[in-house]
Design a protein around this ligand. Structure first.
Ligand code: TGC
Ligand code: FAD
Length: 397
């Protein structure tokens, strides 16, 4: 019989092109050699080093699926393999990466004017300009359609809109130069996308205070976006998209990336738990890996990771053929986030008391994976998206 590889149990490595394997190799090497040594300190101090995105830019990893504008034009599967490599280290780093690549750059690429794309995307691809994506508000998270942030013609600046309102829990907002903000146009009540350039905002019209003391995702920076009659050029409004289709189209790519990323985090938990269980001895010098209950934990987690990767590959291939329904992305985002969190929590038990030490890394993954299950549509919300598609009945309200 063919040998079994616990690192690739269902042989997914046979499904990638040579180019995809080479890109994954570059990403994995960078993440293990340059990112991993920084993460424990970053997590303890709750700091995000923006140089990381510049370094990823130098390797051509930012906005990697975009064609032109200094971007690499790789397949969706290759971009998934990059997020998996990053999240193998930490979900917070993957968050910073996803927001830059899929949400901010992806949004500008899909809906921005040619002028915006040519001016902003090459610098964003280098990580010199950082982006964020402001959809969630203090009173409207799962239901962004009820947002209160508004845009209306600026009372004193001709050719400008005036934006007022407040966004919260926004990854990268305190350090972003480019803020993609979704607001309701007062005249129509329809949601529109606006690209706010921080250096063009008069003092007092844009504030982005950080949200401190998080108990997960501490290696990423999160904040608010507070807009007080902030002037935004009319040319910075996305011209041809209105309604929730705009933000949700960007979210399709980011949610797809999370489905891959969380499998990287789970794979790291498996590797750490396997190694620990082989070294730790209890009862007559037996490694705890000898005990059936421990083996079952490793078997369950390894099975879920292997299934999750295969599903992500399939949806990635369909995405590039234009055949991926948003519900497919809801399915893999929900399933992979949920299974990563459940398994990481169970694998944590293998470390006994040492699980409580941050040196072992497993507690950090567990805390992070709770966040991945929550943002970009909490898992129950994705269940309702699927439920609606299965039954034809809307259950949200
Ligand atoms: P609904 O009636 O379902 O749809 C309204 C309009 O949007 C269109 N649409 C989509 N278009 C493209 N892709 C999708 N996935 C789409 N889903 C919906 C739809 O066709 C319709 O278009 P039109 O032209 O007819 O107007 O809207 P609803 O208000 O009933 O939606 C309910 C629900 C639950 C589906 C939705 O609101 C939802 O998904 N809520 C979750 C909110 C969410 O995901 N927020 C994410 C914030 S960003 C974030 O978390 C970034 S974290 C990043 C990081 O750090 O990694
Ligand atoms: P709520 O909407 O208040 O939901 C609370 C609970 O109620 C959830 O379990 C939910 O599933 C449940 N619930 C709500 N409605 C229903 C219903 N109809 N039926 C059944 N259950 C329901 N947002 C951005 O726009 N940009 C970002 O960059 C960003 N980054 C983030 C980073 C972090 C660290 C975090 C924690 C969040 C981030 N978010 C971001 C916000 C994130 O998308 C929201 O937290 C998420 O969409 C959930 O919204 P909420 O927190 O308001 O929860």
């Amino acid at each position: 019989p063919a040998p079994f590889d616990w690192k690739d149990p269902l042989g997914s490595n046979d499904l990638y092109t040579e180019e995809e394997l080479a890109i994954a190799d570059t990403a994995e090497s960078y993440c293990q050699e340059r990112m991993l040594p920084r993460v424990l300190d970053a997590y303890r101090k709750e700091e995000f080093d923006r140089k990381i995105l510049e370094e990823m830019g130098e390797l051509g990893l930012l906005g990697a699926t975009i064609q032109g504008y200094g971007c690499a034009d790789v397949s969706s599967v290759a971009s998934g393999m990059i997020t998996r490599a990053v999240e193998r280290v930490d979900s917070g780093y993957r968050s910073g990466y996803s927001v830059q690549s899929a949400l901010a750059m992806g949004g500008i690429e899909e809906f921005g004017t040619e002028e915006l794309k040519e001016r902003l995307l090459p610098e964003m691809a280098k990580g010199k300009l950082l982006g964020c994506f402001g959809l969630t508000e203090p009173n409207h998270g799962s239901d962004p359609g009820s947002m209160e942030t508004t845009a209306k013609p600026h009372p004193s600046k001709k050719g400008y809109y005036s934006l007022s309102g407040s966004k919260t829990w926004i990854t990268n907002s305190p350090i972003a130069e480019i803020l993609l903000v979704w607001a309701k146009l007062e005249s129509t009540g329809r949601i529109r996308g606006f690209v706010i350039e921080r250096d063009q905002c008069p003092p007092g019209t844009l504030e982005t205070p950080p949200i401190k003391n998080k108990n997960g995702l501490r290696a990423s920076i999160t904040g608010m976006i507070q807009l007080d009659e902030c002037p935004v050029p009319e040319a910075n409004m996305f011209p041809d998209v209105e309604g929730l289709r705009g933000p949700f189209s960007c979210l399709n790519s980011a949610r797809y990336g999370i489905a891959w990323g969380t499998m990287g985090a789970l794979e790291d938990c498996i590797t750490r738990a396997r190694e620990y269980s082989l070294e730790r001895k209890q009862f007559k010098s037996n490694p705890i890996a000898k005990y059936q209950l421990v083996q079952k934990k490793l078997a369950d987690a390894t099975t879920d990771a292997a299934y999750g990767i295969l599903a992500a590959i399939q949806v990635g291939r369909l995405k590039d053929e234009g055949k991926a329904a948003p519900e497919m992305i809801s399915m893999i985002k929900r399933q992979n986030c949920d299974r990563a969190l459940v398994n990481a929590r169970i694998l944590q038990e293998i470390f006994g008391g040492n699980a409580v030490s941050d040196e072992y890394g497993i507690g950090r993954h567990v805390a992070n994976l709770f966040v991945t299950q929550t943002y970009e549509g909490q898992s129950d919300i994705h269940a309702l998206i699927l439920g609606r598609a299965i039954t034809g009945i809307q259950a949200f309200c």
